[in-house]
Design a binder for this molecule. Structure first.
Ligand SMILES: *[C@@H]1O[C@H](CO)[C@@H](O)[C@H](O)[C@H]1NC(C)=O
Ligand SMILES: *[C@@H]1O[C@H](CO)[C@@H](O)[C@H](O)[C@H]1NC(C)=O
Ligand SMILES: *[C@@H]1O[C@H](CO)[C@@H](O)[C@H](O)[C@H]1NC(C)=O
Ligand SMILES: *[C@@H]1O[C@H](CO)[C@@H](O)[C@H](O)[C@H]1NC(C)=O
Ligand SMILES: [Cu+2]
Length: 169
């Protein structure tokens, strides 16, 4: 009887160790699968006094076939009150696949390009000229995506996430 109890205790203890061990492993594995690591070595950006005006995609603007997750990673960090500028041509005879801007409500819909609860930020004709301006004026993660072709543009790379930081000077 006493032996049985000891055996049970041993099994319970080793199961607990196993459980803790594997959940640690999952925890360590998790962040590597997330593509949202910021590049904190972008030091010079931190020392500018005023809010910045950043063209999304740089000279590529907001276009199909460009990886904006990659762009956001190499251009992070972004700061509170920075202005993101989205430039894309309005629909026309020569531009039959225009773009748009949506905000997705959470990481889950962002990862899956699920546009069901997305909020329209700029329609297909609002990115012309000097571009569409969006100010990062809330302290929250933003999940941007193109809403065209029923999520296909989003899945092809037209999405990125930004968490604005506060400047400490
Ligand atoms: C981070 O930014 C610095 C400075 O702009 C650059 O030299 C470096 O290659 C970047 N690192 C990565 C991993 O993108
Ligand atoms: C952000 O911009 C708003 C409006 O221009 C301003 O009132 C506010 O002080 C700014 N906040 C920071 C932290 O720069
Ligand atoms: C896009 O939005 C602008 C500004 O709200 C509006 O004037 C225009 O009619 C809209 N265009 C389309 C195609 O929905
Ligand atoms: C964009 O780049 C990220 C990381 O660099 C990668 O994980 C992702 O699969 C790329 N997306 C596309 C659609 O190629
Ligand atoms: Cu698009």
């Amino acid at each position: 009887m006493a032996l049985k109890n000891t055996q049970f205790l041993l099994i319970a203890v080793s199961f607990t160790i196993f459980a803790v061990g594997s959940s640690n492993k999952n925890f360590q594995k998790g962040p590597e699968n997330w593509n949202f690591k910021f590049n904190y070595t972008n030091e010079p950006l931190r020392h500018k006094e005023s809010s910045r005006r950043i063209i999304v995609g740089g000279s590529d603007n907001w276009r199909f076939g460009f990886n904006y997750t990659e762009w956001a990673r190499t251009n992070a960090p972004f700061f509170f009150n920075d202005t993101l500028v989205f430039k894309f041509d309005p629909p026309s005879d020569t531009n039959t696949h225009p773009h748009s801007i949506y905000l997705l409500p959470n990481l889950w819909s962002f990862l899956r390009c699920d546009l069901r609860w997305a909020k329209l930020v700029a329609n297909t004709s609002q990115g012309g000229g000097e571009g569409f301006e969006f100010v990062l004026n809330k302290w929250k993660p933003y999940y941007f995506a193109c809403g065209e072709s029923n999520g296909f543009h989003c899945q092809s790379g037209m999405k990125f996430t930004v968490m604005p930081l506060f400047r400490w000077y």
